[in-house]
Structure formats: C-alpha cells, structure tokens
Design a protein around this ligand. Structure first.
Ligand SMILES: Nc1ncnc2c1ncn2[C@@H]1O[C@H](COP(=O)(O)OP(=O)(O)OP(=O)(O)O)[C@@H](O)[C@H]1O
Ligand SMILES: [Mg+2]
Length: 328
C-alpha cells in the first residue's frame, strides 16, 4: 500500500530591507515607478504543502509518494526530500518553467512587497495518478492539497472514477475557488481537512450545511489552532483533541501541514481518529517552535515524553511501536 501526497511544491525567498519602502516612493511619479532596494539578507525556505506533508511523513518513518510539478531547479530540493525518505520519482519536471516561488521583501516598518510565481505548478494538471499507482501499489490514501486548480480537479476526478480513497485538503484554494469547484474537490472524500476559518468558507461557498458536507465526506477534521482539533462524522459523536500545551511559538507557517502528516501516519498504522489527532498535534508543535516548515528534527526520548505528558501512557503504548526510524 502507498500514500500519495499531491499538491504544491515551492520555495519562499524572503528578504529584509532595513529602511522604509515609503521613503523611496515619489507619489506623483508612481506611473514611472522603478525602484530597487538593497536588502540585508536572503533566506530561502523549502515549502509547498505537498512537500511539507511528505517531509513530515518521511520523518515519522513512512515513505510518501510526492505528486506535483516542478522545474529543472528542483535538484537540491529533491535531494533534501529524498534524504528525508520522500519518494520523488513521480514528480513531474517541466521543460520550460521553474519551480513555484514566493518572493517577498519586508521593510523595517513591516510593509511588504511580494510576488508569487506559480510556474511549473500549472503542469500538475498533466499528471495522471494511474501510472504512479502502477509503480508503487494501490494507495491507502491520495491526499489532494492546494495546487493548480485544474490539477486538483483532475486528481479528485481520477480518484473518484478509479475508486482511490482520497483526502481533500483544499486550504488556501478555498479563498479563490467558487462554489462549484469546491463542491467537486470535496464530494466523496474519505477525509476533509480544514481549519475553522476554511470550514466556514466551505459551507458558505458550497451552500451545503455542515450536515450536508458530512453526507458527502467520511470524516471532517477541523483544526482550531492552539485550541486543538475537532473531528466530525455523520451520526457519530464529535471527537475533540486538545493541542499540546506550553508551546514556545516562534512561527506558525506549515503547522497545518505537519498536523496532516501526523494524522495520516497514524491512520496508515491503523490507529484510531483520536490517536491520529494526537500525533498530528504533536508533530505540529515541532513546526511552530522553529522558523521554517521543514527545519525540525525529531528526537525519540523528547518526542515520547511530550506525547506521554500531553496524552498519557496509553497513547505512547499505541504509537511508540510504529516510530521505528526515530532515534535519540
Ligand atoms: N500555538 C499553538 N500551540 C499548540 N499547537 C498548535 C498551535 N498552533 C497550531 N497548533 C497545532 O497545529 C494544528 C493546526 O493548526 P491550525 O488550525 O492553526 O492550522 P492552519 O490554520 O491550517 O495553519 P497553516 O495553514 O498556517 O499551516 C492545531 O490543530 C494544533 O494541534
Ligand atoms: Mg492551513
């Protein structure tokens, strides 16, 4: 069995300008705008939802199959992911476009000038899942994360028509997509992931009530930030799991992706939804406590201690036997 993780693969290029942008802008000359800022540093961070989730799964000892489109410049990032146990053999490499990139400069007053280049990501619509499944074996789950909307639709349709269990994780696409697109992305999902804000976007834009969403998805997992997670299923009691307390929050980017990795790892190991949410919450705090989404490392003793302190010895008993690759 295999775990296919489809979605964005991207890098963030972040710069800081020590002055204020506004000092360089001449208001009545804006139609001839041409400015250049001498920035202090450049930080390149690995990201993209599918890559982040795959990184988390790889760290937990699974071997996820990354599905997405990149450019020729992917070589270094590929090596990094492969070192973390991610199968990148089915990643589509564009012949003409670069890997998606977010380029952002902040100034001393927290003003921001940013651009997002989708680049090769638009070629994810050219990816067919069937040849990947032929290579790696029938999927336990296919997660469809934010990506080129055409690509997301294609993967979702293919899962429905071939009977692959899929996990809908449309997150930031919910802000841009209209009702008909969103309905198609979630209808028939085995699991739907969202945060609370996205949950209301889903009901608003689809026009479906919570009950109607639950008629169409097996399980709806709603993350609540520092308040933890709520899991809903039709006709079943809502499950709530608290987040890990006493977190030294540094930067939240990627926290949702890490949660998904922990959650799916636990389901792959046949653990129940409560354990899945607990492992998700535990992996998530490793991301909040670091700058960057793929900068954490897991140490066995500390990981298990925190699991026990938060969720008790029974949780450790269920989860520990599966953590075969985590040392230290
Ligand atoms: N400050 C925090 N302290 C402890 N746990 C947190 C904190 N923030 C997030 N988490 C954990 O991460 C999970 C996902 O967080 P959240 O609901 O904020 O996701 P998100 O909004 O999708 O985030 P993003 O899209 O920025 O990655 C939560 O369910 C919780 O377990
Ligand atoms: Mg999110």
């Amino acid at each position: 069995m295999s775990l296919l993780i489809a979605g964005s693969i991207a890098t963030d290029h972040l710069m800081t300008f020590p002055g204020k942008f506004s000092d360089s802008l001449v208001v009545d000359q804006l139609d001839k705008l041409s400015v250049s800022f001498l920035v202090e540093d450049l930080e390149v961070r690995r990201g993209g939802c599918a890559a982040n989730i795959s990184f988390g799964l790889g760290n937990l000892g699974l071997r996820p199959i990354l599905v997405g489109a990149v450019g020729e410049d992917f070589a270094d990032y590929r090596a990094w992911l492969e070192r973390h146990n991610v199968d990148c053999d089915s990643v589509h490499v564009s012949e003409t476009r670069h890997t998606a990139r977010f380029v952002c400069t902040n100034d001393a007053a927290h003003a921001q000038i940013a651009s997002f280049y989708a680049g090769a990501m638009s070629e994810s619509r050219e990816i067919e899942l069937k040849p990947i499944v032929d290579r790696v074996g029938g999927p336990d789950y296919v997660l469809i994360g934010p990506d080129d909307p055409e690509g997301m639709l294609r993967h979702t349709d293919e899962c429905r028509s071939r009977g692959y269990r899929f996990v809908a994780d449309p997150s930031q696409q919910l802000a841009f997509g209209e009702g008909p697109l969103i309905r198609q992305l979630i209808d028939g999902a085995h699991i739907l992931f969202s945060n609370e804000y996205e949950a209301s976007l889903i009901t608003q834009k689809t026009g479906w009530s919570t009950e109607e969403v639950l008629d169409r998805v097996g399980t709806w997992v709603v993350t609540l930030g520092a308040a933890g997670v709520r899991i809903e299923r039709k006709g079943e009691e809502t499950i709530t799991v608290a987040a890990v307390p006493d977190v030294q929050a540094v930067e939240p980017t990627g926290v949702g992706d890490a949660f998904r990795a922990g959650f799916l790892a636990a389901l792959t190991w046949d653990l129940d939804l409560t354990r899945a949410a607990q492992l998700g919450c535990l992996l998530a705090v490793h991301v909040v406590e670091q700058v960057g989404t793929q900068e954490y490392t897991l140490g066995r003793a500390a990981f298990l201690q925190r699991l026990e302190d938060t969720y008790g010895a029974e949780a450790v008993k269920d989860i520990e036997p599966h953590l075969v690759t985590i040392r230290g």
